[in-house]
Design a protein around this ligand. Structure first.
Ligand code: NDP
Length: 303
């Protein structure tokens, strides 16, 4: 009898970005992990578990701790800088011309102790301290993108992208005279809030969607999604955890994920993803989108 083909774990898969760069499908989120010891432990456990991607942002205030942790632990696992993928993001207070964005990028590099990052994202389409309906938001983010393109063209970053961009924000960006299409759009994505139209648009434009808050904003102590009866039932049937169901549900749609955990066992659990969700269960999870519960900030109101 022929053996069934082995299922590859999503934890080892890489997505190819539109410029040929390879990005791990699963990375470690670091939002709200501020203490140096917490980051040190998380990075140690994550590298041990097989994580090769780390997601931070200027506003998380932890770039320097992440950099220190990577310098400390890469040698322990026989890894070099090129073996890992680091993402950081330009703060909403740093939208603007080349001088402002260049300064922001250099500051992030200095904090991280790196001479390039793999992916640099515009964190949010709106500018800090401007009203959402202020027309200057659009002008400023266009200017920011042009500046990021320059950094990219100079070969100082492997890929550039955006975060929290809606179809409108993306299509406006692509309509303007820019030469680089964002490689990634990092957005809120979980069974209670999946933006199917945005995913379709991004796939057409070869923009990889990377989902944040994969557990439905559990970092804000909201466990509703991880206790949803539909998710629980599927987890029980497949003999996996609810968290793993949420991650594989996203990955099966080609949405990359960046779960955050500061706990050794959960860090390992979140990358141990050697299973597939059957079509009927994918549909049941999709149907949870009707709840339309959004946990993070809302970019749709930004002009
Ligand atoms: P997540 O959906 O990843 O949830 C994290 C929470 O879930 C923590 O409380 C964690 O607790 C808990 N958790 C982790 N693993 C498990 C598990 N296996 N079982 C049960 N609970 C678990 O939320 P985040 O908001 O952190 O999103 C992920 C990442 O996305 C962020 O860390 C950040 O890097 C990025 N992000 C980007 C945003 C953007 O605007 N671009 C906005 C928000 C997030 P514990 O640590 O104790 O395990």
């Amino acid at each position: 009898m022929a053996e069934a083909p082995a299922i590859e774990s999503f934890g080892t898969i890489k997505f190819t970005l539109n410029n040929g760069t390879h990005m791990p499908a699963v990375g470690l989120g670091t939002y709200r992990v501020r203490q140096e010891t917490d980051i040190m432990n998380a990075v140690d456990w994550a590298l041990d578990a097989g994580y090769r991607m780390f997601d931070t942002a200027a506003v998380y205030g932890n770039e320097c701790h992440l950099g220190a942790a990577l310098r400390t632990f890469l040698p322990k696992y026989g890894l070099d800088r090129d073996d890992i993928f680091v993402t950081t993001k330009l703060s909403p207070s740093e939208h603007g011309d080349k001088e402002i964005t260049e300064k922001a990028y250099l500051k992030s590099l200095k904090n991280l102790g790196l001479d390039y990052v793999d992916l640099y994202l515009i964190h949010f389409p709106g500018t800090a301290r401007l009203r959402s309906d202020d027309g200057r938001n659009k002008v400023l983010r266009e200017s920011t993108w042009s500046s990021l393109e320059e950094i990219y063209d100079e070969g100082r970053v492997n890929a550039i992208g955006v975060s929290n961009f809606t179809v409108r924000h993306l299509s406006e960006l692509l309509l303007t005279h820019h030469s680089v299409i964002p490689a990634v759009n990092q957005v809120e994505w979980h069974p209670y809030y999946h933006q199917d139209e945005l995913l379709k648009y991004c796939k057409e434009k070869e923009i990889v969607v990377q989902g944040y808050c994969p557990f439905g904003g559990a970092s804000a102590a909201n466990k509703t999604l991880l206790e949803d009866p539909v998710v629980k039932k599927i987890a029980k049937k497949l003999n996996v955890t609810c968290a793993q169901v949420c991650l594989v549900w996203a990955l099966q749609k080609d949405v990359a994920v960046i779960p955050k955990s500061s706990n050794a066992a959960r860090i390992k659990e979140n990358i141990s993803l050697k299973f597939r969700i059957p079509e009927e269960d994918m549909k049941a999870l999709d149907a949870l989108g009707e709840k339309n519960i959004k946990y993070a900030w809302d970019p749709s109101i930004v002009t």
